[in-house]
Every structure is written in structure tokens, then in C-alpha cells.
Design a protein around this ligand. Sequence first.
Ligand code: AMP
Length: 282
Amino acid sequence: MKVFRKINSLKKALNQIKSESKTIGLVPTMGALHSGHSSLINHAIKDNDIVVCSIFVNPIQFNNPSDLEAYPKDLEKDLELLEKLGCHIVFLPEAIEMYPSPTNLQINFGYLEKPMEGAFRKGHFNGVGVVVSKLFNIVAPHKAYFGQKDLQQCLIIQNLVDELNFDIQLVCVPIVRENNGLAISSRNQRLTAAQIDIASNLYKTLRLGESLLRKDDDVAKVKKELNNYLQQWPEINLEYIEVVNKDTLQCIKDFEWSQEIALCIAAFIGKVRLIDNIILKK
Ligand code: AMP
């Protein structure tokens, strides 16, 4: 496994690989790797000759400086895991390498960024759009891997690829969960054991929402019931729970199985913000 910190040296190595007609899969991450990331890497290894994993905590996608400050880091463990998984190349740039001067770029994803994460994390998707565009241009992979855990991000990046004609196939990998249902996240490291137990109720709430929607097509009523259900854990500070069209993220008022539907949740447990979602199958 080779580690590159500079864009130019990475590009040089990738040009050589491309001249040998090898396919390249890119897995962008912010490090503090866990089994969710491993799943992305494993998918990429299965599909491509060479896998590039980037580890970069992108400052411009954090709307909250203390969240950026507290973001977990364990580079040694990350590199060990990537080596074990069979990753070929790690791209590990410093912020100054990615942003030699502050960027003025603004990407607006319109209706896709209006609800949920876009509403609660101002500027987040602009930051994601800028860094992913840079990574796509630097690596120019054949395929890139993202997690369904960040469903809105998956749709926004697909939009980026379509609108800017990136010749890259995106793969959206299913969510990896703990045994108790909690979606695995780097931020879970900041939870105590008691908070991890409590956090598993986010997934239980999504599943309850699914079963209620199977019996009752009144979305507003179901959302109210889910809000009430969550009241039993005062430690859970709900930001949103939404029932949306899986492809457009528009809120659904009248539930119909003719469209694919996602149930999405975001909440704070203490100072840690967690998100999760499920896609309802007919
Ligand atoms: P992050 O390092 O949190 O930016 O995540 C890097 C990629 O891993 C993103 O595409 C995430 O959606 C994905 N990811 C994070 N957690 C999970 C999980 N539990 N299951 C699957 N993918 C995940």
C-alpha cells in the first residue's frame, strides 16, 4: 500500500496505472475508519484493479467549528486497517494541499439541498461538492463509493456527476449497523456506553415508522407518533424525522407505495450529532 500526501505525486502514480489500462475505484473518507468504511473498500476492491482511499477531514464542510475540532482521528489504526483490507493507495493531503488559498467556489444543489442536512448544516453540501469535485479531478476514478448512511450526500454527488459530466460511476453502499441497529459512524466513538444504548433507538424509531406507514397512509400523523415515541428518551434531541421520496428528497404527504420512500432522522445525543435512514421496500 502506498501513501501519497501530494496531489502531483499521486497523479503521476495514477497516470502510470491508467496507462496500463487498470480500473480505479475511489473511496473518499474523513478517517477514523470503521466497518462502514471497510464495506465501501471491500466493494471497491471487488470491482476495480486499484483502490484509492482518501482520508481528509474537509474543513469547509463543517458548519460547526467545535464539531471539526472534536472530529476523531486515528491515522495509525486507519492505515493498518486499509493495509489489511488490501487497499492499494491512500491519499492523505494536508488542508493546505487541497486549499492553497481559501476557496470562493459556491455550489448550490437547489431542491436537493433544501431539506434535512442542507437545512440544518448551512454550507455543508457546498463544502462536500467542492472537495468531492477536487478528488474526482485529482484521481479521475472509474467508480466512486459512498454510503447510503449519507443518503442526501449520495443524491447530491450523483447530481454533481450528471451536471458536470464527470465520467465516473457512483456506487451507493448499504448501511452497516451495530448488532443493536445503531448505524456505525466515526462519531459513535464520542458516545458513552449508555449513550450507545440510547442511540440505538434512532433505528428503532425508523423501523417503528415503517410499520406505522404500512398500516396508515397519514404521514403527518405517523410523524407525530414518532415524535411522541422519542419523548421517552430525554437524552435524544431530535432535529428532524422526515418521510421523503428516495430520489428527489421531497417530503411526502400522502403515502403511496408507487414511489420509493426513505425515512430519515437526525438527532443529538449529548454533543454528538447522528443521522440514519431506511429505504422502505414494498
Ligand atoms: P465519512 O468518513 O464519515 O465521511 O464517511 C465516508 C463514507 O463512508 C461516506 O460515503 C459515508 O456515507 C460512508 N459511511 C459512513 N458510515 C457508514 C456506514 N455505517 N455504512 C456504510 N457506509 C458508511
